[in-house]
Ligand binder design. Structure first.
Ligand code: B1M
Length: 212
C-alpha cells in the first residue's frame, strides 16, 4: 500500500507525519474531531505503546508516531479555532495552569486537554512538560490560580505528581487540582491528594465548569 492510501490509524502507527497531517485535513471535512481523537489517534498510540513494551518497535519509531499525532493535532486545533472564530467570546472564563510533572516528557494528553479547555473559553497557562515542582507552585501563587491540572504518564512520575500536589496545597490550601494520564485511576488520584481525576479531555472541561 502506498502511504496515500493508508488509513490515519496506520499512518500514525507507522509514524508517517506529513501524510497523517493531510489525511486529518481530508477527514475533518466530514468527521467529528472527537471521533478522530478517541477512535483513531489515541488507539493507534496504544498499539504503538504495546509494541514498544513487547520490544517489537523501538524508541525512534515511538517518537515518529508521536510526531505524526502532533501534526494531526495541529490541524484539529486550527479546525476548532476556525469553527469557533465567529462565536468566540472575548472574556476568558478563568485561568488554569497545565503541566506535565517533573521527570515526564509525555505531553500529547496534556496538549489535547489544553486544546479542549481553550475551545471552551478558558485561558491556559501551559508550563510544558518535565516541570519542576517549584515552578508550578511559583506560577500558581503569582497568578493567584484557582485550578491546576497535572499530567503524568509513567508509574515512576506519579511520585512527582504527588509532590507537586503536596507543595501546591501547602502554599495555597484553597487551590483545586485535577490530574490525568494513562497510569492514574480515580482511587489513585485521591490517594495522592488530587481533588479530581480527569479520565479524558472532556472530563477536564466538566471539572473546569464546576470550579471556575
Ligand atoms: Co513513552 N511510555 N516513554 N513515549 N509512551 C508510555 C507512557 C508507556 C506506557 C509505553 C509502554 O511501555 N507501554 C511507558 C511507560 C511505562 C510505565 O511507566 N507504566 C513509556 C516509556 C517507558 C517511555 C520512556 C521511558 C521510553 C524510553 O526512553 N526508554 C520515555 C520516557 C521519557 C520521560 O518521560 N522521561 C518515553 C518517551 C516517549 C516518546 C518521546 C517517544 C513519546 C512521547 C511524545 C510526547 O508526548 N511528546 C512516547 C509515547 C508516544 C508513548 C505512548 C505510546 C503514548 C502516550 C500518549 O501520548 N498517548 C505511551 C503508551 C500508551 O499510553 N499507550 C507511552 C495518547 C494520549 C492522548 O493519552 O496521555 O493518556 P494520555 O492522555 C489522555 C488521558 O490519559 C487524559 O486525557 C487524554 C485524552 O483522553 N489525560 C489527562 C492525560 N493527561 C491529562 C491531564 C489532565 C486531564 C486528562 O489534566 C491536567
Amino acid at each position: 500500500t502506498s502511504s496515500s492510501e493508508m488509513s490515519l490509524f496506520d499512518l500514525v502507527e507507522k509514524g508517517i507525519k506529513d501524510e497523517a497531517k493531510s489525511k486529518t485535513i481530508e477527514m475533518l471535512k466530514d468527521t467529528d474531531e472527537n471521533y478522530i481523537l478517541d477512535e483513531i489517534l489515541i488507539p493507534a498510540l496504544d498499539v504503538v505503546g504495546k509494541k514498544f513494551e513487547k520490544g517489537e518497535i523501538f524508541l525512534p519509531q515511538m517518537i515518529q508516531s508521536a510526531e505524526a499525532v502532533k501534526a494531526s493535532l495541529t490541524v484539529i486545533k486550527e479546525n476548532l479555532i476556525s469553527k469557533n472564530g465567529d462565536k468566540k467570546e472575548d472574556v476568558s472564563k478563568g485561568k488554569i495552569i497545565l503541566a506535565t510533572v517533573e521527570g515526564d516528557i509525555h505531553d500529547i494528553g496534556k496538549n489535547i486537554v489544553k486544546i479542549m479547555l481553550e475551545n471552551y473559553g478558558y485561558e491556559i497557562i501551559d508550563l510544558g512538560r518535565d516541570v519542576p515542582v517549584d515552578k508550578v507552585v511559583e506560577k500558581a501563587v503569582e497568578e493567584n490560580i484557582k485550578l491546576v491540572g497535572l499530567s503524568a504518564l509513567m508509574t515512576t512520575t506519579v511520585k512527582s505528581m504527588e509532590e507537586t500536589i503536596k507543595a501546591l496545597k501547602e502554599k495555597m490550601p484553597e487551590v483545586k487540582i485535577f490530574v490525568g494520564g494513562a497510569v492514574l485511576t480515580e482511587d489513585y488520584a485521591s490517594e495522592i491528594g488530587a481533588d479530581f481525576y480527569a479520565k479524558d479531555a472532556k472530563s477536564a472541561v466538566e471539572i473546569a465548569k464546576i470550579i471556575l
